[in-house]
Design a protein around this ligand. Sequence first.
Ligand SMILES: Nc1ncnc2c1ncn2[C@@H]1O[C@H](COP(=O)(O)OP(=O)(O)OP(=O)(O)O)[C@@H](O)[C@H]1O
Length: 392
Amino acid sequence: MRNFFTCGTVKFEGDNELSSVREIVVKNMSDFVKDGHDLEEAEKQLNEKGPNEDAWCELCPEAEVNRRECIDEGKVTSVIEEDLSIPDLNNEKSSSSVGTNLLSVSLTKNEIIPRLRSLNVKQRRILYKVRDWCIQKSNGKTPEPLHLFITGGAGTGKSHLIKCIQYEATRILAQTSENPDDLTVLLTAPTGTAAFNIHGLTIHSALGIFKTLSPDHATLSEDKINSLRTKLENLQILIIDEISMVNKKLLFFVHERLRQVKKRPDKCLFGGVSVIAVGDFYQLPPVKTKRVDKLYVDDPSNPSNQLWNGLFEIAELDEIMRQREDGLFAELLNRLRVKQKNESLTLFDKRTLTHCFGDGPDEALHIYSTNAEVDNFNKEMIMKLCTEFKTN
Ligand SMILES: Nc1ncnc2c1ncn2[C@@H]1O[C@H](COP(=O)(O)OP(=O)(O)OP(=O)(O)O)[C@@H](O)[C@H]1O
């Protein structure tokens, strides 16, 4: 056989000359078996090492970078940002305008790489846990949904980590849907300010939840649900920042809405979508919420209790990542964070706090405990900034 290949000749009909078998085979191979060696090599590697999790990035790094840069420049908008004006949310103007105008933007590759490299051991461990889950998904496996609670005091790098998780999870999960631009990871927070800080969306606007959390609005009509479904049909991970500001009722509505969107039965928690909750229960609590309705308060009589207590795996960050003076202040905050009312402060902490006391620069965000103080400050600033003003 080998002889026939190397020395054999054939004669084609109507052709007077003999043609070399070898030449014909080589020509046909170059025409029809392009990249044959590479394909064989790839098949061999696939069999030996399994699928390459970073294949997309290796094949098309430029395309991915371009796509992310376009998003940053606003040329390509996130699916969710375009329009989420679900009619029965229009009754409440603010609920449709706050969240829908916020872009759910991930960082560019160039911005993310230094962040990924800077992660400390605990941050990295959490990232890898989420990453492993995403890789299993992208390899066609069906791992149980993640329910992860990332917590830690002020400045321990929770927000920093969220952006890394969002980037990595989006990148890997892009391989699971036909359109790599499909929304697979949604970054949300319970208030407009918190959402803005992480370049995310409010939970209400992203999931079409009425702000007053009235039971009448728990279920959207099939039309409205369909519209939400087209935007969220490939959603696999929901990240909720500032979870301390979410109460049992809101989390229950999130579960219900995801269940509706994913067409899953009652018992399917969050419609099978993985949820990563991030925050610190020593920080801001939900507004107008009784103690028993706070998430961390175990109340078996409340049907939504099962959505939090005992469900979420806790991952705690404890290394303060803020720099210099900010770092000292963050350390102070973290000492105060766990103090009981009757425990006194150390002399050093008292001094530091006294040093911080004062109005601070005008342009800094001022927080007052009464509306009257807020009005006073605003008036004072208006008088300072606007020299010419008219009153009615
Ligand atoms: N691994 C890291 N390497 C370098 N800087 C980091 C790292 N993690 C966080 N930081 C920086 O530390 C500061 C605090 O981080 P971040 O805002 O993420 O903390 P946080 O836990 O969300 O704080 P808070 O609860 O007060 O909102 C930020 O300036 C952030 O950029």
